[in-house]
Design a protein around this ligand. Structure first.
Ligand code: NAD
Length: 340
């Protein structure tokens, strides 16, 4: 309902701007020099964006204040596929979507973990299907996607969550580890999204969730592969968002999630100075909440987003002093037990 009103109001503003433009007498446009017409047209767009800015800020404020039950969509009966759901954050996400009535599809390379996640969902009264799949293998992804469509049906919400982190410096990383990081953390997003997006586009309904990281917005020590692959997921999400908007698929949503450290074991040994690690169940709750309310970008915790612009605003030596002396990010990463 809220979405319908929003669309109607924005459409009204846009129609008004279009009318203002078309109302200019054609003869006047014909006699005006082209640069003047372009300036007038740009001025009309500035006025429109200023009106939209007021509208969107008010809308965001109201949205924050309204109880979630008025602003959340339902996932009851929908198919939600979560990659990397054999444990960690993915398992929590699968459990939460199942609790909301979704049929959950669990993908992971870890067969035992897949079975355990499915068992937990089913024993809690939910519906789940598990598939063991190596996301680094493009053909396996396409094959398993076809199987899911036959056995479960079209996927409504795709959560690209699987990830790997080796926790090594560039010169310690093997070439194969670097390739694995890229294959799992970003390339697999292309294969899964290409596999499941067509049905979403056909029905103009769906959601693609990209689990990135704060390291996808800010590089960190021992993360040349991980952080770079997570930066790529940000570009992937932002570009996909743009494509869906421009092509008119306003019912297919995208959410980018950039969490700070989560206590799942992926970064075991890291001792962050400023904030404690996030609790995985709480992180999953926040992510599900963001999906249900069609949020486009979420950083966890939300306060981290105020720190991020500093790296562009401050001189680089000051940014480094903040990072090294105050946050002690590199020192925190030194505690990580390298993997692989
Ligand atoms: N833990 C953190 O501090 C943290 C912080 C920010 C973002 N993230 C991101 O959150 C997501 C979930 O991470 P997590 O903390 O739950 O870690 P995790 O290691 O517990 O879970 C990752 C899952 O991905 C699976 N996986 C790895 N390679 C795979 C492959 N080739 N094919 C299929 N599945 C594969 C693993 O088996 C595992 O179940 C990841 O994308 C991670 O980068 C984690």
């Amino acid at each position: 309902m809220a979405t319908t009103h929003r669309h109607a109001s924005v459409a009204a503003l846009e129609a008004l701007a279009a009318f203002a433009r078309s109302a200019q007498p054609a003869r006047l446009i014909a006699v005006l020099p082209r640069p003047v017409v372009e300036v007038l047209s740009a001025a009309a767009d500035v006025v429109l964006v200023a009106l939209l800015a007021v509208y969107y800020v008010l809308e965001a404020a109201v949205f924050e204040l309204l109880p979630r039950r008025f602003t959340s969509k339902s996932v009851d009966g929908q198919v939600v596929l979560v990659t990397g759901a054999a444990g960690g954050l993915g398992r929590h996400l699968a459990a939460r979507f199942a609790r909301l009535g979704a049929t959950v599809v669990v993908w992971d390379i870890n067969q035992e973990g897949v079975t355990e996640t499915v068992r937990r969902v089913v024993s809690a009264g939910g519906l789940a299907f598990g598939y063991s799949v190596d996301l680094a293998d493009k053909q396996a992804v396409y094959r398993t996607a076809a199987l899911v469509k036959r056995e479960v049906g079209a996927v409504d919400i795709l959560v690209n969550n699987a990830g790997v982190a080796f926790g090594r410096t560039l010169m310690q990383l093997t070439d194969q580890q670097i390739e694995t990081t890229y294959n799992v953390n970003i390339l697999s997003h292309y294969w899964t999204t290409k596999a499941f997006l067509p049905e979403m586009m056909r029905s103009n309904r769906g959601h693609v969730v990209t689990v990135s990281s704060v390291t996808g917005l800010m590089g960190c020590y021992r993360c040349t592969d991980y952080s770079a692959s997570k930066f790529a997921t940000v570009g992937f999400h932002e570009s996909l968002f743009t494509e869906l908007k421009v092509l008119g698929y306003d019912g297919v949503h995208t959410t980018l999630v950039c969490p700070y450290f989560i206590d799942t074991g992926m970064f075991a040994g890291v001792k962050p100075r400023l904030l404690p690690m996030l609790e995985p169940g709480q992180a999953a709750d926040d992510i599900v909440d963001a999906v249900l309310t069609n949020q486009v970008t979420v950083t966890l915790p939300g306060s981290v987003r105020y720190l991020l612009p500093l790296k562009s605003l401050f001189p680089s030596k000051l940014s480094w002093a903040l990072m090294y002396r105050l946050m002690q990010g590199p020192q925190a990463m030194m505690g990580m037990k390298p993997k692989g």
